[in-house]
Design a protein around this ligand. Sequence first.
Ligand code: GLN
Length: 257
Amino acid sequence: MKKTVALIMTAILALSFAGCGSSGNAASGSSVKTVTGGVLTMATNAYFPPYEYYDADQIVGIDAEIAKAVADKLGLELKIEDMEFDSIITSVASGKADIGLAGMTVTEERKKNINFSDSYATGVQVVIVKEDSDIKSVDDLYNGKKIGVQLATTGDIYCIDDFGQENVEEYSKGNDAVMALVSGKVDAVVIDNEPAKNYVAANEGLRILDTEYVTEEYAAVINKENTELLDAVNKALQELKAEGKLDEIISKYIKSE
Ligand code: GLN
């Protein structure tokens, strides 16, 4: 089994390497190689407000703006592709997209398939319950409660580890997990804190537990072979930080309490 996975990964890496080598973007004046010359193709899942969401037919949010600022610094045009959260790493690892920004948590497991940029934000896994729920803290989830999560997120992975697969219901979108909570199909939802605030504001009768579940770092994912892009993105992020631009983007979408 392990061997098959290793073989598949080798094949993916070989393909992505071929992809990276085949096009450049000399015309744009940037020396960084991308999947399509002159374009920074970003993979995301645009149902994760305030990091990425639709405003009419436009994908906006913290990640979209950070990626745009990075692309500008690299002399590239930003193109955003919306896909399942579960497909983002595969898309970057197989050389279809250059970068993935999706409020993506840095984990050792994910690092096996892609590189992470330096972290640009902090996230916290929190628990949403109904206002009148008997779940008062994370510990109450151990009593066989049904927990809704978004498929393949760290919330999903940690909940399966801590509370058992049989108590975890996976949904392809965070919003679907929240709807399951509203209709009583699950007792709680574990999700990142900022989307959680958005969901609680949009649906009556929900609250976020005071106890936090896990604190995490968000970073961009980049193909392992394209270390040149990784270095360029890290340099751009450092500059954006020093210029105060990163804070400006984050505080535009997250109002401090
Ligand atoms: N931070 C979580 C993760 O990386 C969720 C991200 C998301 O749903 N977009 O798994």
